[in-house]
Structures are given as structure tokens and as C-alpha cells.
Design a protein around this ligand. Sequence first.
Ligand SMILES: Nc1ncnc2c1ncn2[C@@H]1O[C@H](COP(=O)(O)OP(=O)(O)OP(=O)(O)O)[C@@H](O)[C@H]1O
Ligand SMILES: [Mg+2]
Length: 462
Amino acid sequence: MIQCLTAGIARPVCMNKADLIAEAERRTGLNRLDASRGVEATLEAIKMSLGAEDSILITGLGRLELKPKRSGLLPPNGIGPRPIPSGKAVRLKATRKGVVTLNTEPQPDSEIEFEFGGNMDKKNDNSNEVNNAAGSALGLDVGTSRLVLANGSSENFRTSAELNAFVSVPYSKFTENILKQNNVTYQLNGGSALQIFGNEAARFANFFNAEVRRPMMNGTLNPTEEYSLPVMEAIIEQLIKKTKRGENLRFSVPGALREGGSTDLVYHEAMLQSMLESLGYNAKPINEGMAVVYSELESENFSGIGISCGGGMCNVALAFMSLPVLTFSIGKAGDYIDRSVASVTGETPTRIRAIKEEGIDLIREPRNKYESALQVYYEDVILSLVEGLRSEIAATRNLPKIERPIPIVVSGGTAKPKGFIDRFRQTIDRDGFPLPLSDVRMADAPLTATARGCLIAALYDA
Ligand SMILES: Nc1ncnc2c1ncn2[C@@H]1O[C@H](COP(=O)(O)OP(=O)(O)OP(=O)(O)O)[C@@H](O)[C@H]1O
Ligand SMILES: [Mg+2]
């Protein structure tokens, strides 16, 4: 073994390839030639899949990502085959907290740079802490259908989203190679299965003829899915990419179901909080309807009704001056529409979802049985939502005195179809509403309003 040196400073002991082969030989009982082939093949597989500027996740170790190499440490050009673009180093982000930088090419000892932290070396746990500058925070919409991350400032924010889904296929070298060739991030489940998660899950479900599995159901952790948390953790790590330890993060949680079943919420919230804290965040939950209020009602002093119509449920919050007066959810939303339309038309929910997302118009005369059924069940969701609002408001004691009319803002994927807001207004107008309304409108960006609201709450630590 050799001592790694960077700028004259002794760093932790590191291994070169010969050390790895010797270690593999010792641990496995293989002869040197076979151990050497195994190590070479592993390193080659990692290098080739990273050569396409991808990242790969190895369960129990962490994520290997290509990063620009720091100046002065560029590997010399023209040495052997270079599957990894020049000027890039491979960074291993350990499964929890740790960050290690590895070079992949054989290089002179002095050019190998390591940073240890977290599980990889507790002694240097602070070495990867990033200055938590003012205004640095994250908003995470934890949805049944999608996980959406928002970062930046409230005005200049960025969002990214991944499907909250995965497919699991039996492990084989062949399948793994297909995934690598397609630059797909996956995790190995104890070596027996390959789990492909996030946006790629839908694409590869068809390809491998595998069923899409959902970590969440009806707004909370799916009790029938044993891999809910590890898969969501992998998706969140993929979204966030670089952990800033101690950073404020707000994640959305649903309100109590009008139909009951609120004990699931306690478990859901506690498990997510603990997972996000274990990733290093100062994580706190925020009600999803309140997140919509934070995102959309700033110019109305955060007074009004925020609604998010998602996949598993519709979430509602009535707020005055940023304080929640009532919050609740209903269990009818996009998944309910898909299931119901599928059962009356003889199609699969997946196909109905595709038809729905291709662009349905809720005002126009239906052109086929799918559109007819979709209109019926959208109407059902809207009616349940408006009736829920009416009766929850009527049941709320000590409602603050409202001096001026308040707005209702609707967001979420289920509110996307053309005509949704018109149908919603019509339903409100038909039987009146217990509060004076100034406006019933769609959120500026319906698919990212919750994440933005979470970000605003995190920035102001509200
Ligand atoms: N363009 C679209 N047209 C119609 N429906 C859409 C469209 N885009 C997304 N959806 C539907 O919206 C739903 C997902 O919405 P969203 O992403 O807001 O949910 P979520 O936040 O993941 O779930 P929840 O908040 O219920 O836990 C799905 O039912 C999806 O089919
Ligand atoms: Mg949602």
C-alpha cells in the first residue's frame, strides 16, 4: 500500500490496483489471475459506464459521479484508452454523508486526491460540509406520483422532478450492461435484483415487461411495498445530487383525510423526516395545501385557499396571514380517476393515464368512451373537493373575520387538463360558497407549486 499525498499533506492510506487485486485474492480465495480479472472487469465496467458522463449508484457504497477535476490535478492526456472524459474526476458520494474523490486512471501517486467523510471516515466528517450560505435551502414535494425538488431563491428557483416509481428486474450481467449502455441509474438489491427508479422506471417497465412499483399510495408510504423508503431515498439523492449538511429542507405532507385514516400520516411523516435527517438535512414537514399558499398567495398576504390536486389525493389549506385555519385532504385524485375509468372501459389504469395526459378537454363534447368516463370522474373529484371545502368551513369554529374576499388557487397534475378550472368555478357558482371569493385561478406552474412553496417555507424557516 502507498501513502496518498496531496500538496505535501499526508492523507489517509489508499490502495492502488495491485493492492485491490491482492485484497480480492485474500478475501475470496481466488488465485491471483482470477482475482485480477475480477478487479479489472469491475474497474472497466465502472469506467465505461461513467465514460458517458453518467453517475451510477452502488447500494451500500454510494453514487459515483463525474465531476470537473480541480485545476492543477488534471490527469495527463493521451495515456491509454480514456473512457472517462479528460479533465473529469470520479467522485464517490458515499451512501450516507461521505464524499470521496477517486481517480480512475493509473496515475502517479501524488496526483491521487482523496476526501473522506461520513461513513467512510468519521474522523473527517466535517471535511465535506459546505458553507450553508444565507438563502440556501431546499423544497421537496413528496408526491404519490412524482418527487419534485426546488432550490434557489423564491424568485429565481429551479425545479427538477422524478417519477416516484421503480421497476425491479432479476439481476443478470446482460441486463446490467443494457442499463449501462443506456446510461440508466439503478441500484443493486443485494445482488439479486436491479432496481431502476425515477423517470427511467416507466421506460424500462415496457422494455423489460416489468410492472411499475410505487413507493407511495394514496398520498402516503405504500404499506404493501417493502422497498418504499430505500427507493425514495435513492430518488431523492438523485434529485439533490449534492448534500449540504444541515441545510434547511421542507418536505410536503398531506393533510388528514376527510374519510379518516390519519394514523398513516404520523408514520409517513416520521419515516420521511428520519430518512431526510439521516441524509444530513434539517428537515421539517409542511402541509401540501399550505405549500401552495406560500407559493401562490404572496400578493394576497398569504390569505386564501391553496389546493393541490395530485395523483393520490387532493390537499386543501385555508390560511389567513400565512397561518393555517383548516387543512384536509380527500382520497380522490388522479389515481382514482385512472382506476375508475379503467374499470368502466375495460382498459388498464396505465393506458387511461396515458390517454388523460395526452391532453383531455373537460369542456368539449366527449369523442369516445374514454373521454366520457374521464369527464364523469373528473366531475366527481371536483364535486368531492368543493363539497369537502363547504362542509369543513361550516364545521370550523372561530373562523377569523374575513374583511375582504379571498382567492382560491388550484395546482397539481390533476388540475392540468383544459377546462378543469372552468368546471371547478362552475361547481362553486352552482351552489354558492360560504366565504366571499375574489378569484378562482390556476397556479402559475401547477406541477411545481408545492415544491416552490416548500422552498419558500425552508428559506424563511416558516
Ligand atoms: N398534463 C396532464 N394532464 C392530465 N393529468 C396529468 C397531467 N400531468 C400529470 N397528470 C396527472 O396528475 C397526477 C399527478 O399529479 P402530481 O404530480 O401533482 O401528484 P403528486 O404530487 O405526485 O401526488 P399527491 O400530491 O397526490 O401525493 C397523476 O394522476 C397524473 O396522471
Ligand atoms: Mg402533490
